[in-house]
Design a protein around this ligand. Structure first.
Ligand SMILES: *[C@@H]1O[C@H](CO)[C@@H](O)[C@H](O)[C@H]1NC(C)=O
Ligand SMILES: *[C@@H]1O[C@H](CO)[C@@H](O)[C@H](O)[C@H]1NC(C)=O
Length: 299
C-alpha cells in the first residue's frame, strides 16, 4: 500500500500541474463596433481567434437622457438597422464566445447623476440588452447579451459602483450578467476605481496604452510589468487582461510588436494566477495588422 501511494502521488502532482497549465491559458478579447470596415460580428467570431467581444459603444446615458448606441458605419440605431446585430451575437455565443455591450468610450455624453439614476439605467440595460424582456424596442434586437462592459473615460466617477451592484442583482433573477471593465493603467483608475473596488467584475482588461508611465516603451518592459503587478495584486476580479493596441496607429503610444509580446512580455505576466489573456483595441486595427493571428497561439 505504502509503495503504491508513493508511486501515485508524483503522478497526481504531474496531472495537477498539467491541469493548472491548461486552465492558465488565456483568451483574446476584442472591441468591435467603432469602424464600419471591420467586418460583421459573425465574421469576427468565425475567425476563431476571439473569446470575448465588446460591442462599442453605448455612449449616451444618464442624467435623464434617452440612452443612445453608436456603432459607427455598421448600422443606424435611429432607423433600427442595428437589430440585425442579433444574428451576429447569437453566432458568437454558439461558439462559446461571450458578448458584452460596452458603455462609455472616448466620445459621448454620459454620467450617472445619482443612485436612482444608476438604478434606472441598470433596468434599462437589463430590459434592452440583457435577460429582461421588458422592452419592445431592443436596439440590438432580441439576442440576450452576456453582460456589460464599462469603458468610462469621461464625466463623473460617481455611481458606477451602484450601477455594477444593480446589474449583478438583476442577473440573480435570471441569466447571469457578466460585468467587465477597461480602466486605464494609472492606478487607481480615476473614474472606475470605486466601481472596481466592489470586487464584482468578472473580467478587467486594463488599457496599457496612451500612458507611458505604465505601458511598454520601446525596449523597456519594466513600467508595464510593474503596473501589471500592481493591478493583479490590488484588484479583486475574476480575471485580468493585458489591454493593448492592435496596431501602432490604434493608440497614441504603447504598441508592443507581436514577437516582443510573445517572447518577452507574456511569459512574465502569465505568472499571475489572475491572468486571463489579452484585450485588443480594436477589430478594425487587428484586421490591418494581423496582430491576433500572430499572438493567438501564445496567449
Ligand atoms: C449631456 O448630458 C446632460 C445630462 O447629463 C445634458 O444636460 C446635456 O444637455 C447633454 N449635452 C449634450 C451635448 O447632449
Ligand atoms: C480602491 O482601492 C484601492 C486599493 O486597492 C485604493 O488605492 C483606491 O483608492 C480605491 N479607490 C476608490 C475610488 O475607492
Amino acid at each position: 500500500m505504502e509503495s503504491r501511494r508513493q508511486f501515485l502521488s508524483p503522478l497526481l502532482l504531474l496531472l495537477f500541474q498539467a491541469l493548472l497549465r491548461t486552465s492558465a491559458r488565456g483568451g483574446i478579447a476584442v472591441y468591435w463596433g467603432q469602424n464600419g470596415n471591420e467586418g460583421t460580428l459573425a465574421d469576427t467570431c468565425a475567425t476563431g481567434r476571439f473569446a470575448y467581444i465588446n460591442i462599442a459603444f453605448l455612449n449616451k446615458f444618464g442624467g435623464g437622457q434617452t440612452p443612445e448606441l453608436n456603432l459607427a458605419g455598421h448600422c443606424n440605431p435611429a432607423t433600427n438597422s442595428c437589430r440585425v446585430v442579433s444574428d451576429g451575437i447569437r453566432a458568437c455565443q454558439s461558439r462559446g464566445i461571450k458578448v458584452m455591450l460596452s458603455i462609455g468610450g472616448g466620445i459621448g455624453n454620459y454620467s450617472l447623476s445619482s443612485r436612482d439614476d444608476a438604478r434606472a439605467f441598470s433596468v434599462y440595460l437589463w430590459n434592452n440588452f440583457l435577460g429582461g424582456g421588458g422592452s419592445a424596442s431592443r436596439p440590438l434586437g432580441d439576442a440576450v447579451l452576456d453582460g456589460v462592459d464599462l469603458d468610462i473615460e469621461l464625466g463623473s466617477p460617481l455611481h458606477y459602483d451602484d450601477l455594477v451592484k444593480y446589474l449583478k442583482r438583476l442577473g440573480k433573477h435570471g441569466r447571469k450578467v457578466y460585468v467587465t471593465g477597461a480602466p486605464q493603467c494609472p492606478f487607481p483608475d480615476r473614474l472606475m476605481g470605486a466601481a472596481l473596488n466592489t470586487s464584482l467584475f468578472d473580467y478587467v482588461w486594463v488599457q496599457f496604452y496612451n500612458n507611458p508611465p505604465c505601458q511598454y516603451t520601446s525596449g523597456n518592459p519594466k513600467n508595464l510589468e510593474n503596473s501589471w503587478m500592481r493591478w493583479t495584486r490590488s484588484v479583486k476580479a475574476g480575471k485580468i487582461f493585458l489591454g493593448l493596441p492592435a496596431a501602432p496607429q490604434a493608440a497614441g503610444s504603447g504598441f508592443i510588436p507581436a514577437d516582443v509580446l510573445t517572447s518577452e512580455i507574456l511569459p512574465v505576466i502569465r505568472r499571475s494566477k489572475k491572468y486571463g489573456g489579452v484585450m485588443l483595441w480594436s477589430k478594425y486595427w487587428d484586421d490591418q495588422s494581423g496582430y491576433s493571428s500572430a499572438i493567438v497561439k501564445s496567449v
